[in-house]
Write a protein that binds this ligand. Structure first.
Ligand code: XIL
Length: 733
């Protein structure tokens, strides 16, 4: 029997604490459709591959499942495939092409003309002397024709010219030893020999060889104001002159802080003026502040990534893809630059990709894939008002009528601010610095109604929001926010009814060697002399509900965020219950760390509750000190305590309640006469089937059981407020 309860306890615990369910149990973020399928109505999804990626069966599986476009990371670059005049390295280049042919994957041809990894022999003759541009063009033409003809059957787009424009931040530059106003063009050997004519020539040669392929000009830092305009001007000039440029490739070597959405949109919108095809050709998100396409970057120390960095990256991927989706009219492909962090040209310690160094999908993959198309165009209603739980005079956080929450945090020198409130498993709401240098942000969608704990993560450190009050949860005083609920009246203050009060009781606990605290709700009229049955004046005695908080909480949780006193007042005023006392004690649950949950027996709390607290309550208050006037209920871990203690000590409590805290099975209790009423409840986002089944089983076995599934809520306080409201109406009857 003991063993059974124990196993049941661990299982119940796994299912009732959603965060805990993830602990030690690896989540497979690749479960679900491939990216290519999730984005079939938007654009193709590509990946740059090396030779390992197409040799290892596990990596091949990832490529086939996720991607419908492939770029050879290096194998097709002029310097690789054509290192000397007449010398061609087709080996790996062909393998990649054949891999794609066999698997029906189309390719982006990268790249035909570039200043880096180029066939530099084209610039000199056999004696090492510079050649005339006509000779260079002849060689370039032969190169382009050879590559294009060999692969055009499997290629749908070519990066014809790569990175021909100059970077921002250089108003002047040295050319041949002289300082001159910076040219819009990169001072490559190509440019120095031919001017910008080489760009036109490369595109003409590509068009000759492939009349139908999409011809792309590809570059990095397209979101920088200066570079964006230089690219725009060059492409426009070329197109006006009849050069066959079909589209612009925005490489997309970004980072977790950059670019801002407006900056990205500015570039897309600008390029839209001159092309109707944009490819995001080389997407990766560094975890530092570097960006761009040049080989100047730090590979960083070998260290694991802090969780908040992961959140920033997930959020940045989510923001970027939302914009890509918005511009699906022009964006036709998004390609990740490399398959996994292990492959990344940025080094594994930048963790830039949705697959980690062991080829395991990260949460980024799920977030990119499982987007909510309806939410893409959702704009919150601008009827935000200060959260009712704010500190005096504080405007933020705010909540709107739909349940969106908006935050504002002043932290001028911070690099990142994350509010831990997030939707759909996201790590939280990432705030952005607004134009006044203040961090602001709105949740991605409406939050569940009711009370939520949260905190701020500023540059990796945990802080509270100075805008709102603090509530004890997660073993610390957390910030709290209250989202309006449709049924909020049942826990709202009412001025026109009598109110009870909550007293703090401090008592010495021998078993823990400490003073302990309980908060005791006493109904209105408590202690008053009333006429008894025999006409004598006497004080009414009351039944007692012992009501326990969850893990990480304490004796303040039910009275404050649980609103237990208000709920009781309202129930009594509406005649829905006869008055009773509610005792809300500290349940010692915080002394159990995750990882030792298997050792959680509630034996310490049982001692404190029954041997130490109950005698104090029965002595100090007007209680009816017997089993049929005593109930024990608790939420989450308090529910687990309730279950363990009621089963071990059925002679003490006559009414039992589990609020998101597991279930009873009839054969655990064995005797329907030991308990008058069993309540079990949870949110519909928790384990409603488990509750429904358990309540049905209990009823079938002759128990007076009742269940409540709270609508639209999860493992949070609105679920438990509703449970208390419902359960209280059936106690002590
Ligand atoms: C990178 C490759 O990933 C590296 O393996 C190689 O050493 C250098 O080039 N812009 C481009 C890509 O267009 O071809 C570059 O690829 C990354 C920057």
């Amino acid at each position: 029997m003991k063993k059974r309860i124990f196993t049941g306890l661990v299982l119940a615990c796994m299912s009732i604490l959603p965060t805990m369910a993830q602990w030690g149990r690896p989540v497979d973020y690749s479960a679900g459709p491939g990216l290519k399928d999730a984005y079939k109505d938007y654009f193709t999804i590509g990946v740059a591959v090396n030779k390992h990626n197409i040799s290892d069966p596990a990596q091949i599986e990832i490529i086939k499942k996720q991607f419908n476009s492939v770029t050879a990371e290096n194998a097709w670059k002029p310097g690789e495939i054509h290192p000397k005049e007449g010398v061609w390295n087709f080996g790996l280049a062909d393998s990649i092409a054949n891999f794609c042919r066999e698997n029906g994957i189309k390719m982006r041809g990268h790249c035909l003309c570039w200043h880096s990894q180029f066939a530099d022999w084209m610039f000199t003759d056999k004696k090492g002397k510079p050649v005339k541009k006509e000779v260079f063009y002849e060689r370039l033409r032969e190169h382009i024709h050879t590559v294009v003809n060999r692969y055009k059957d499997v290629v749908y787009a070519w990066d014809v010219v790569n990175e021909a424009m100059a970077d921002d931040g250089r108003p002047f530059e040295f050319v041949d030893g002289k300082m001159v106003p910076a040219s819009p063009y990169r001072q490559s050997r190509h440019f120095k020999l031919c001017g910008d004519e080489f760009i036109a020539k490369a595109f003409e040669f590509a068009r000759e060889a492939d009349p139908t392929g999409v011809l792309i000009y590809n570059d990095y830092s397209c979101v920088d104001n200066g570079k964006r305009e230089r690219i725009y001007t060059m492409v426009k000039k070329m197109k006006d002159a009849g050069v066959p440029i079909d589209g612009i490739g925005m490489q997309g070597h970004y980072n977790i802080y950059f670019p801002e959405e407006e900056q990205l949109e500015k570039a897309i919108n600008r390029f839209k003026e001159i092309v109707n095809i944009i490819h995001i050709t080389e997407l990766d998100l560094r975890t530092n502040t570097e960006s761009g396409g040049q080989l100047m970057f730090s590979r960083g120390e070998a260290k694991p990534q802090a969780p908040y960095i992961g959140t920033l990256q997930e959020d940045q991927y989510a923001r970027l893809f939302k914009i890509f989706r918005k511009h699906k009219d022009v964006i036709k492909n998004v390609t990740f630059w490399n398959l996994s962090d292990k492959d990344s040209w940025l080094g594994v310690n930048n963790h830039p990709l949705p697959f980690d160094e062991n080829f395991k999908a990260k949460r980024s993959l799920q977030i990119i894939r499982d987007f909510d198309a309806a939410a893409d165009n959702r704009v919150p209603k601008e009827d935000f008002v200060p959260n009712p739980m704010n500190q005096p005079g504080q405007e933020y956080p705010m909540v709107n009528s739909e349940g969106f929450a908006r935050f504002r945090v002043v932290a001028p020198d911070a690099k990142s601010v994350i509010v831990s409130l997030g939707l759909g498993g996201r790590g939280g709401t990432v705030l952005r610095k607004d134009k006044d240098g203040v961090w602001t942000g709105t949740t991605e969608g409406p939050m569940d109604p009711g009370f939520h704990y949260y905190h701020l993560t500023i540059d990796g450190g945990v802080f509270n929001d100075p805008g709102t009050h603090n509530y004890f949860g997660s073993c610390r005083w957390e910030s709290g926010i209250e989202i309006p609920a449709p049924d909020q009246d049942f826990y709202a203050w009412r001025k026109d009814i009598p109110h009870g009060n909550i007293q703090q009781v401090n008592f010495w606990s021998e078993s823990t060697g400490k003073m302990q605290t309980a908060n005791v709700y006493l109904p209105d009229g408590y202690g008053k002399l009333v006429k008894g049955k025999n006409g004598k004046l006497e004080q009414t005695r009351y039944p007692v509900l012992y009501l326990q908080h969850g893990w990480g909480e304490n004796e303040t949780s039910w009275p404050v965020q649980g609103k237990a006193g208000i709920i009781m007042d309202n129930l009594i005023a509406d005649g829905k219950i006869k008055p009773f006392i509610v005792v809300m004690a500290y349940g010692l649950t915080n002394d159990f760390k995750f990882g030792t949950i298997g050792k959680f027996t509630a034996e310490e709390f049982e001692k404190l509750l029954i041997d130490e607290l109950m005698p104090v309550i029965d002595k100090q208050f007007l209680t009816k000190p017997d089993k049929w006037n005593r109930a024990l209920a608790g939420l989450s871990m308090g529910g687990m305590e309730t279950k363990l203690i009621t089963l071990r000590r059925p002679e003490v409590f006559g009414y039992w309640g589990l609020l998101s805290g597991g279930q009873y099975a009839p054969d655990e209790i064995k005797d329907p006469t030991v308990v008058k009423y069993i309540f079990e409840g949870c949110g519909d986002k928790e384990n409603p089937d488990g509750i429904n089944k358990s309540v049905a089983d209990l009823k079938a076995a002759g128990y007076n059981a009742e269940g409540l599934i709270s609508e639209g809520t999860a493992h949070e306080f609105l679920t438990w407020r509703r449970c208390l409201y419902q359960m209280a109406q059936s106690l002590f009857k």
